[in-house]
Design a protein around this ligand. Structure first.
Ligand code: MTE
Length: 306
């Protein structure tokens, strides 16, 4: 018997130490239980229509267990290696099929838009998951502001590339830099898609994609491109980093789908960081957001369009 959601814990289970592998895991699990009891009042005082009820992952886990390969391959490296990463001032180039291609200071791009708090599930293609409290603006609002041409069908995002500040690039020369991701325009306009500038009520730290990143909670984590410096509108499906690197393993859509396995592992279950000891939690279709996103894919073969 392993811990699942802190919410699901019966008091007798907490005292049954046989369920814990060792003292460290026990302490970690207990802090997750503590988080469950204080987070809802602190962070979920006014639960929004998009918020999950699940207790957020601890800030420590979310900011020290990261994938940001530009800063290293191991989960703890981005937090350790972002020290030289300069994220202010920041500008974003807007290119391609758009009424007025231009470069915007980040503040100007966000001007007039009201930041929203959203507590979303987050599922990495590797099989782990978190619950994260983001602050950001709906991507649809940015798209509206930028006025894509009717011919635009996709949107491509590019991460900053700064070899002098990024210590992981050499270890990852098998990947094509800069990191790129993309969405179909209707996906970008889905109300769940967020351009996040904050997490846990603070500005995004470097390792989480400062100062601005994409958050699309119904897709695998690798779609959530960090530290965006370019937005390009196009009529062609963008060539995205992981889909280019391993097209048989990572697709453009990358919708969370427990029924479509990665060629090297099952996607049926996941491990919630800080809560589960192993992958024993059922993964939900579209990461639990099917009611908001499934219609965008009706008629599509999700095994082919993985
Ligand atoms: N963006 C860039 N530029 N570089 C990366 O390596 N990793 C992706 C995504 N965005 C990545 C990236 C992957 S694989 C995941 S799971 C998420 O970021 C992790 O986000 P987090 O570290 O905030 O949890």
């Amino acid at each position: 018997m392993l811990i699942k959601r802190p919410n699901d814990l019966h008091p007798s289970e907490i005292t049954d130490e046989k369920i814990y592998r060792n003292r460290r895991e026990f302490m970690k699990a207990m802090s997750a239980v503590a988080a469950a009891s204080f987070f809802p009042s602190a962070l979920m005082a006014s639960k929004g229509p998009f918020d999950t009820d699940e207790p957020p992952t601890t800030e420590k886990d979310a900011t020290t267990y990261n994938n940001y390969y530009e800063f290293g391959n191991k989960k703890d490296q981005p937090a350790k290696n972002v020290g030289r990463f300069v994220t202010k001032p920041w500008s974003i180039a807007v290119e391609g099929m758009v009424r007025k291609p231009a470069t915007f200071a980040l503040e100007d791009l966000l001007k007039g838009l009201k930041p929203e708090d959203r507590i979303y599930r987050f599922r990495c293609v590797e099989g782990w998951s978190m619950v994260l409290p983001w602050t950001g603006v709906p991507l649809a609002e940015i798209v509206k502001k930028l006025q894509p041409l009717p011919s635009a069908k996709f949107i491509e995002f590019t991460t900053v590339l700064r070899p002098d500040q990024m210590t992981g690039l050499d270890d990852n020369d098998h990947l094509e830099w800069p990191y790129k991701e993309g969405l179909r325009l209707d996906e970008a306009n889905n109300p769940l898609a967020l351009l996040a500038t904050g997490i846990y009520g603070k500005p995004l730290p470097g390792q989480n994609g400062a100062p601005v990143r994409l958050v699309v909670p119904w897709k695998y984590g690798f779609k959530n491109v960090k530290s965006i410096v370019k937005i390009r509108f196009t009529d062609q499906m963008p060539a995205t980093t992981w889909a280019v690197k391993r097209p048989t393993e990572y697709g453009f859509y990358a919708n969370v789908n427990p029924e479509v396995d990665h060629p090297r592992w099952s996607q049926a279950k996941e491990r919630r960081i800080g809560v589960d000891l192993v992958k024993n939690r059922k993964t939900l279709m579209f990461n639990g957001y099917a009611d908001r996103v499934a219609s965008m894919y009706s008629g599509m073969d999700l095994r082919k369009n993985f």
